[in-house]
Every structure is written in structure tokens, then in C-alpha cells.
Design a protein around this ligand. Structure first.
Ligand code: NCD
Length: 352
């Protein structure tokens, strides 16, 4: 069964063919209106969402499928103490594809171990968000003609911003990318992402100031400071409002810069930027729907298949308090290697 848990699950060739399909859908939407006829998508949102939830739902409807699900877990048996495993086993009996967003890191990976149908990760805590990346790559490819050789500034909460982690994973599949990672020290990328960039020989520099690097960028990817992921509210107070992109700051930027943002924005892009032709974040949200149409036509048409039984865990091997293994104690203790170091196969954090 092919799932989409992490952008690393896709090869470059698979992405290229997905983009080709996405492009065909944008150019000839009528040809795809029955591509998922008779298929049913389960939409399980344990965390707030506007774009991801709506764009997945509209994507499935536009390719002829139907949708059920929830946007608030309080209305489900999770509130009665049902495990993720039981919810997924049951839902995967009703649906042909499961789209899940969950506040715990590694939740989608955990769900995929028990699902008879493909699981799509619509965001797992501060870890990964691969379908946002399909929107991001579609935007860049459509508007710039390609991705190779670009200088990409990633700005804001690079520690907790899952869209950033997935985008870095994806850009490893392209040539000549330069990353300018713009964040305060407290919100710098997690060590597992740094190890990933080193392992893949990616060019990157970490800086704290936005203005000095703006003139060098082809893409500026702004992100929100992720208030809900802070353990200490005072730390959020210290970090909020740290970067604000204004029209004036764009004066020194390239004429063909793409200003991107996964949205929602709080205050990191001032609204006077919206009418600048370089601001493409609302287009990006729309491209996300087409990218999800392409993804669903690919994944949701697979044959249902019972997964092989997995070991029953007894205690978490990972010490990350936000890891799914901390609450779903039956999960098998899966370990993987990142840059020669043992890491949790659910949340990627180094095991100590
Ligand atoms: C992002 C997310 O949920 O991670 N939003 C989205 O899916 N477009 C970004 C964010 O919440 O800041």
C-alpha cells in the first residue's frame, strides 16, 4: 500500500509524474471529474485547519469522489478514550483513503501501520506536512518553470513549522538549491533536519536577520510563529512579531521573487504586500487543491490491503513528549537511521 506520510516517501520521478498529472488537471479539469468516482475519502482532523481540510474535500469532490469525517475530535469516540489504532482500523473499513491531521508527531505513520487503505499525512504536530509541499512545489514550478538552482529563504518558526521540514525534504530531490534559514536561535530548525541537509550535501546557512538576505532570494517562504506548539507561553511572547515582511522591505528584493506562505498568516506579512505581484500565497492555496486532486487520483484508486501484523509495544523508546508513541503505548518500537544516528521512526527525533 502506498501512503504519503513524509515527502521522502516520493522519489523524484514519482513527484515529476504527480506534477505532470496536476498540471493536466489544471489545464483540463473536465477530463478528471470521474477519476475517483465511487471512492470515499475519510477526513480526520484532530487539529484546526481551513485550507488543508477544505482543499482536500473540494479536491475529492472535483474528481468525483465523496467525503465524510470530522474537524473536531471532541465529537468522536476519541473523547471516550478510543485508541488511534481502533479508530483507524474502523475508518479504513468505511473509506478508500484516509486524510489525517493530528497534533502528535508521527501520528500518520502510526495510523499507516493499521490501515487497510492509504493514509495521507495532513500534518502531524510540528513534524511534517507533505501535502502542503505538493502545493508549494506546484506553485514554484508553475510560476518559475522549475525548481532547480533556486535560492530559497525560509523565515519564521523553523523549529515547529512542519511545512518547512517537509519542503526541505522535498527540495533535497532537486539540484543546486541554496537555503537561507532565517529564524531566531530558539526557533531554528530541529537537529534532525540539519542532519538531513548535511547527509544530502545541501547548501544552507542559518541567519537571524531577514532584510540582509532578501536581495539574494528567488523564493521567500514566510511562516507563522506556531503559538500552539510552545511549552512556555513567555517564550512565545518573546518570539512573536519578530519578522514582519512589508512592502518597503521588498524594495530591495528581486523583481521575480516569489513571496510564499502556507497560511494562515498572523502578522508576519503586512497586508500592503498582498497587492504586490510577487505575493503568491493565495495562488499557492489554490494550487494546493489541484495538487491534492492529483494525489487523490493516484492514491485513492489502490486495492484495499490488510497490513501485516506488527509487534505490540509496551513502553515508548522515544523521549520526545510530543511523539505519538508517548500516548499510544501499544505502538511497535520502530527505529530508523538519520545520518548514521538512531532516531525514532515516527517523529525523527534522535534516540538517547
Ligand atoms: C500550516 C499548517 O497547518 O502547518 N497551514 C496549512 O496547512 N496551510 C501552517 C500553519 O499552521 O502555520
Amino acid at each position: 500500500m502506498r501512503h504519503l506520510i513524509d515527502f521522502g516517501d516520493l522519489t523524484r520521478a514519482e513527484w515529476d509524474s504527480l506534477y505532470q498529472r496536476c498540471s493536466d488537471i489544471m489545464d483540463h479539469p473536465a477530463d478528471f471529474m470521474d477519476a475517483c468516482r465511487g471512492r470515499v475519502m475519510a477526513s480526520l482532523f484532530y487539529e484546526p485547519s481551513t485550507r488543508t481540510n477544505f482543499s482536500f474535500q473540494t479536491a475529492m469532490l472535483r474528481v468525483g469522489g465523496t467525503v465524510f469525517g470530522f474537524a473536531d475530535p471532541k465529537s468522536t469516540s476519541t473523547a471516550k478514550g478510543e485508541t488511534l489504532k481502533d479508530t483507524i482500523k474502523m475508518v479504513s473499513g468505511y473509506a478508500d483513503v484516509v486524510v489525517m491531521r493530528n497534533p502528535k508527531e508521527g501520528a500518520a505513520k502510526a495510523a499507516s501501520l493499521y490501515s487497510d487503505v492509504p493514509v495521507i499525512n495532513a500534518g502531524d504536530g510540528g513534524h511534517m506536512h507533505p501535502t502542503q509541499t505538493t502545493a508549494d512545489l506546484t506553485t514554484i514550478t508553475r510560476l518559475r518553470g522549475g525548481v532547480d538552482g533556486l535560492s530559497v529563504g525560509l523565515c519564521g518558526d523553523l523549529k515547529n513549522g512542519r511545512t518547512v521540514h517537509s519542503l526541505i525534504k522535498a527540495l533535497a530531490k532537486f539540484k543546486g538549491i541554496k537555503f537561507f534559514l532565517i529564524a531566531p536561535r530558539e526557533l531554528a530548525v530541529p537537529e534532525y533536519m540539519r542532519a538531513f541537509m548535511r547527509e544530502n550535501d545541501m547548501w544552507f546557512t542559518e541567519v537571524t536577520g531577514l532584510e540582509a538576505v532578501i536581495p539574494q532570494l528567488d523564493v521567500l517562504y514566510m511562516t507563522r510563529i506556531q503559538r500552539e506548539r510552545f511549552v512556555d507561553p513567555l517564550e512565545y511572547e518573546r518570539c512573536k512579531g519578530i519578522y514582519v515582511l512589508t512592502r518597503r522591505k521588498l524594495d530591495r528584493a528581486r523583481k521575480d521573487l516569489l513571496v510564499m506562505h502556507p497560511l494562515p498568516r498572523v502578522d508576519e506579512i503586512s497586508i500592503d504586500v498582498d497587492d504586490d505581484p510577487r505575493a503568491v500565497y493565495f495562488d499557492q492555496a489554490r494550487y494546493g487543491m489541484y495538487a491534492r486532486m492529483a494525489l487523490l487520483t493516484d492514491l485513492a484508486n489502490q486495492e484495499r490491503k490488510k497490513p501485516d501484523p506488527v509487534e505490540i509495544g509496551t513502553k515508548p523508546v522515544c523521549s520526545n513528549p510530543n511523539c505519538i508513541t508517548q500516548t499510544e503505548l501499544y505502538l511497535p518500537p520502530l527505529v530508523k537511521q538519520n545520518g548514521g544516528v538512531d532516531c525514532c521512526a515516527y517523529c525523527d527525533k534522535e534516540l538517547r
